[in-house]
Ligand binder design. Sequence first.
Ligand SMILES: NC(=O)C1=CN([C@@H]2O[C@H](COP(=O)(O)OP(=O)(O)OC[C@H]3O[C@@H](n4cnc5c(N)ncnc54)[C@H](OP(=O)(O)O)[C@@H]3O)[C@@H](O)[C@H]2O)C=CC1
Ligand SMILES: O=C(O)[C@@H]1CCC=N1
Length: 266
Amino acid sequence: MKIAFIGGGNMGRAMISAIIGKELALPDEMIVADVREESRRALILELGVRATASNVEAVRNADVIILAVKPQNLAEVAADLSGRLEPRQLVVSIIAGKTAKTLVEGLKHQSVVRVMPNTPAMVNKGMSVWTATDAVNDNQKETARRILSAMGEELFTFDEGDLDKATALSGSGPAYFFLFMEALIEAGVRMGFTPETARQLTLQTAVGSAEFARQSGKDLAELRKMVTSPGGTTAEALKVFETGGFKELVNNSIEAALRRARELGS
Ligand SMILES: NC(=O)C1=CN([C@@H]2O[C@H](COP(=O)(O)OP(=O)(O)OC[C@H]3O[C@@H](n4cnc5c(N)ncnc54)[C@H](OP(=O)(O)O)[C@@H]3O)[C@@H](O)[C@H]2O)C=CC1
Ligand SMILES: O=C(O)[C@@H]1CCC=N1
């Protein structure tokens, strides 16, 4: 499978690493177009893929073209590629907010998959929510599914509205968890732990809690209650979270992300 990436930044690299890791394509079957020379050099040296400054050159002969530029750069990419794509080529866009309709019109190309992945794709623990235009055939859908599965879990939806919601929840989500973990580590250091110990305790607790929740399949509130001994330490901490309006704060934050995803698309 020949894959072209337009944009070789954080997410482009995460996807390339996953594809190489699962041997869906050989490094020299992938080409990345990026405007930054240092990015191109790093991609060649670190991942063994080919790289070019030309978007047009990158898409030549590609079976799949993955758009991984920032939303504000889509217009210039579309100007480069509009009308140049062959009907057999599949475009996969991971660009936040940009709708399938915008992509189809901008590129003058019908077969478009729109995906919202996330950075844990780098370690095959990604979550990707995706949808496809009617022109995407079953083989192409299977190809998209294989690429996304290489990065972790994938979830197909017929409702494109889910993509902006997924952007706010799972696309941006790693940053929320990182922020929470940063805060826990800082609190640990304030209590007197070394940063290394605070990090170890925080990360293992995060991984352990997520894995426990997944494996037990239990309701999260039930799992929380298992930790919360009456009159104990957890109850004291949770009271402070509640008084500070923690859930409301999280909800407001997700709503802000959703609004921004919709703005980026308009
Ligand atoms: N980061 C994340 O967690 C996630 C990001 N996304 C989406 O993925 C997309 C990429 O994000 P991310 O990887 O973080 O962004 P990056 O900025 O890290 O990567 C984009 C790369 O594309 C380059 N670029 C800019 N313009 C062009 C162009 N015209 N042709 C070719 N390359 C170009 C950029 O160069 P320069 O820096 O000079 O502009 C940069 O190297 C975004 O649309 C984002 O919404 C989706 C899910 C998660
Ligand atoms: O912050 C952003 O806009 C992108 C989309 C999801 C994660 N990063």
